[in-house]
Design a protein. Structure first.
Length: 114
């Protein structure tokens, strides 16, 4: 039996590289990803507005371009807005990938290292 010649780029004894995501999977997932990226900011904005009502029922969330009485309140509002944006975007992206994988049987992206 003949052995396959090792790739010149791989050092001897190295594990083979994980195959990349097939182009067809990337192409099929692209519209799903676009929709998720469009929905995430809207969801996070609605969640931010509702959470801000719990913090300060009287006034709308402060904006940086407005004159502020409290910089602390502005900092809290900006931190909450940024955190919610990242959380909602990440969770929606992961959920859309999981649903896509259930439907197609292929994970769109890199696998987690075990």
């Amino acid at each position: 039996m003949r052995r396959k010649a090792q790739n010149a780029e791989e050092p001897p004894g190295a594990a083979p590289a994980e195959p990349s995501t097939p182009l067809a999977t990337k192409a099929m997932f692209a519209p799903v990803k676009i929709v998720a990226k469009r929905i995430a900011p809207r969801l996070s904005r609605k969640l931010y507005t509702r959470l801000w009502r719990v913090i300060d029922d009287d006034a709308p969330p402060p904006r940086p371009e407005e004159r502020q009485d409290s910089v602390t309140k502005l900092a809290l509002a900006l931190a909450l807005e940024g955190a919610l944006g990242a959380i909602v975007s990440g969770l929606l992206d992961h959920a859309s990938r999981r649903k896509f994988a259930r439907i197609t049987g292929r994970w769109p992206g890199k696998r987690a290292k075990s």
